[in-house]
Ligand binder design. Structure first.
Ligand SMILES: [Cu+2]
Length: 282
């Protein structure tokens, strides 16, 4: 029964899938970005190659077990080496791997960086919530907590609803900088093809350009302790004008982070003082 449902669900056109996991879902969520479309094509292509290799090996195994069984082949050959065969069974898999590696590496590099960023968002992982910062719009920031079961409204999705989602404009190249304040986290949204580790003391980079406005959902993807399953990543994508209107309102309602600038200035100052002190003692 389960298998039948899986088979049936894979026949449903992918456009019917919403951008969050569903019961009995088989395969990927709808691609929300060109990059995710490419990830899916690569996955499909490699699956075909894999199926071909597996089928070929299976046929060979069945053939040798039949043709060279003790009954049909009572006097086994004593050959131990065959140079041509050995070269072939080494070279052919290497060629297959190289053929798969080329598009795979291309995509990996493409996922990391693009040109002409129109804005930057900074994401900081905490135990157990996300913090979003908008350095291009006056550095306001806010925290994003999961809505607990007892506070869910009618159409909210359990474990995948937050109080303050990350808000970004559609059709915009957005640079995403990711770090963490305490332990390892990973910011991931499957439909956007994004999964980047949030590492304390390190700034990781990725980017996104979402085609359609909507709400996209993911979860922290690096086990980070007790609340790991309770820090979803929810992204609300708005048309550009609506996003700008949201920024206006958000700037007035969320805190501004000037702490970072202060810290930097202080650090520079103490460094300069240390340098001066060093110069004195030399
Ligand atoms: Cu986490």
């Amino acid at each position: 029964m389960k298998f039948l449902l899986f088979t049936l669900s894979s026949l449903v056109p992918s456009t019917l899938w919403a951008d969050f996991p569903k019961a009995w879902q088989f395969g990927f969520q709808d691609p929300a970005t060109d990059l995710m479309g490419k990830v899916i094509s690569l996955h499909n292509g490699i699956s075909i190659v894999m199926a071909g290799v597996t089928l070929f090996v299976l046929i060979l195994l069945l053939y040798v077990s039949y043709r060279f069984s003790a009954k049909r082949n009572p006097n086994p050959s004593t050959t131990t080496h065959n140079t041509i065969l050995e070269v072939l069974w080494t070279a052919i898999p290497v060629i297959i791997l190289v053929i798969m590696a080329i598009p795979s590496f291309k995509l990996l590099y493409e996922q990391e960086k693009t040109e002409d960023y129109e804005m930057t968002v900074k994401i900081i992982g905490h135990q157990w919530y996300w913090e979003y910062e908008y350095p291009d719009y006056g550095n306001f920031y806010f925290e994003s907590y999961m809505v607990p079961d007892e506070k869910l409204k009618k159409d909210d999705i359990r474990l995948l609803t937050v109080d303050n989602p990350l808000v970004i404009p559609a059709n915009t190249n957005i640079q995403i900088l990711i770090t963490a304040g305490d332990v390892l986290h990973s910011w991931a949204v499957p439909s956007m093809g994004l999964k980047t580790d949030a590492v304390p003391g390190r700034l990781n980079e990725t980017w996104v350009n979402v085609k359609e406005p909507g709400t996209y959902r993911g979860q922290c993807s690096e086990i980070c302790g007790n609340g790991h399953g309770f820090m979803p990543t929810v992204v609300k994508v708005l048309p550009k004008e609506e996003f700008l209107a949201w920024v206006e309102q958000a700037r007035n309602s969320y805190a501004i982070n000037d702490e970072i600038i202060d810290d930097l200035e202080e650090l520079k100052l103490t460094k300069n003082i240390e340098l001066l002190k060093g110069a004195d003692t030399l």
